[in-house]
Design a protein around this ligand. Structure first.
Ligand code: AMP
Length: 443
């Protein structure tokens, strides 16, 4: 089938959706997208063992780096919309390539993805647009870093410039630790991602995530969320990709949100337009609510994981239309989205040893799960030849529930977790402690 012959149809249909990625985030996107009755099939490339448990979903395996093959297969499958989940293909320009081939794509091009894949670029972007963020210094060598660290009178945070799977940020407690962190990055701990280092003023306050769906000009907001990045209870231990989340984040008052829109979201979109960047995808604003107001900690160019698993069950069947409108530059802006008035929570069950070394291939048994307003999205699973579900990652399952309040939500989640067994299973018992009235550290 020639590329051009089918391209004219692509803009009229919304039957076959392709999601790129293999985690809990992508499974929850598929789950939300399949709710729409126009959608016939949701393909996950490559997905994981949980993908085919989702209605209308099918796993496929296409090498996204083999561009000719990719276009041919997408044409054969009559793909109407491509949703790119993870940051790496976005940073490598997959969205640009597919748009050139006339596919509708949800996900920014390489230029927009730079908000995430270069922290120094993002900081300069914020400086240009006068967006509140911590002060920073971009450094190109250990010598330069040493000078700044030694002469600094304020505590600094050390960041590798490029993508590092969420592991490239160090929060040192002393100048010595700061120097060692810079040294490890310049010595190649993150390969090329550490050719440049960003030193940042350490700021304080609770963190919150805000998601704006953008069509290049306009945006619409999804429910807010808070995640728990640290491995252990009481938000201690090493940073992880995320151990759980809840949505919405009651910490954000209307006043905060108005400030965030005026001082952060709108200036970000204006600056993208000014820089000629046609951003069609989600901007994830990682924010800290400091004493002097909300500040940007980081931008991500994709949905967060586990925030995505938490938010998707709150969306109605029209969610896929939002993604499509973004891909086509056709948001009205501030659309009225039918968002559930329930609240949602997610706890991640991880493998023993995560976020460092862990084993895979461990059998998973799932007992009697309450599926009323509850979902299990596989994060890292595979299947044996005999059909046994196995662990296949550090983060294994996302256990998600909704309800009228957070106490009810987390009670259901932890009950469901009691029905999940695999050797070495670990999860935090205090996810959402800030919003659970019945929570006590003695529990
Ligand atoms: P990032 O990957 O940039 O989001 O950083 C990971 C985590 O490091 C954030 O969620 C914060 O908890 C923390 N962090 C990053 N930058 C700063 C900063 N300038 N001051 C204090 N904490 C920070």
């Amino acid at each position: 089938m020639s590329i051009n012959s089918s391209s004219s149809n692509r803009f009229n249909r919304l039957e076959n959706i392709l999601i790129i990625g293999n985690g809990g985030r992508e499974n929850s996107l598929a789950w939300a997208i399949q709710k729409n009755e126009l959608v016939q099939r949701v393909y996950l490339n490559p997905g994981n063992a949980g993908s085919e448990r989702i209605n209308k979903c099918e796993r496929i395996e296409i090498d996204i780096n083999n561009k000719i093959d990719l276009v041919e297969k997408l044409d054969l499958l009559k793909i109407d919309l491509v949703v790119i989940g993870p940051e790496i293909p976005l940073a490598n320009g997959l969205a640009d390539f597919l748009r050139e081939k006339n596919f509708k794509v949800f996900g920014p091009g390489k230029d927009g993805a730079k908000l995430e894949y270069s922290k120094s670029w993002a900081k300069e972007f914020m400086r240009d647009a006068n967006i509140p963020t911590a002060n920073f210094w971009k450094v190109n060598s250990l010598e330069e870093a040493k000078k700044i660290i030694n002469s600094s009178s304020i505590p600094l945070v050390v960041k590798a410039d490029g993508l590092a799977s969420g592991k490239g940020v160090f929060i040192p407690n002393s100048k010595d630790e700061c120097l060692r962190a810079s040294e490890s990055i310049f010595n190649g701990k993150f390969g090329k991602s550490g050719n440049v280092v960003v030193l940042e003023e350490k700021i304080n306050g609770p963190e919150v995530s805000v998601f704006a769906l953008c069509d290049g000009e306009r945006y619409t907001l999804l429910p807010t969320a808070q995640d728990h990045k640290r491995l252990n209870e009481a938000d201690k231990g090493p940073n992880t990709g995320g151990m759980g989340a809840y949505s919405p984040a009651p910490l954000l008052t209307e006043d905060h949100l108005n400030r965030i829109i005026k001082e952060i979201i709108e200036p970000t979109l204006d600056e993208l337009i000014k820089k000629n960047i046609d951003y069609r995808g989600v901007i994830y604003f990682g924010l800290m609510i400091t004493k002097s107001g909300p500040k940007v900690i980081e931008y991500n160019c994709r949905f967060g994981d586990p925030e995505c698993q938490t938010i998707m069950p709150l969306m109605d069947q029209d969610f896929v239309f939002l993604l499509e409108k973004c891909s086509m530059g056709k948001l009205i802006g501030d659309e009225i989205i039918d968002i559930s008035d329930k609240v949602s929570g997610c706890v991640i069950a991880t493998s023993k040893g995560y976020p460092s070394e862990y084993k895979t291939g461990i059998p998973i048994k799932i007992g009697e799960i309450n599926l009323s307003d509850c979902q299990i999205f596989d994060s890292g699973t595979s299947q044996s030849e005999q059909g046994q579900l196995l662990t296949n990652g550090g983060r294994v399952l996302s256990v998600v529930c909704q309800g009228k309040d957070f106490d009810m939500v987390f009670e259901k989640i932890y009950k469901n977790l009691k029905e999940i067994y695999f050797d070495g299973i670990y999860f935090r018992k205090d996810i959402g402690h800030q919003v659970r009235k019945n929570f006590s550290w003695e529990n």
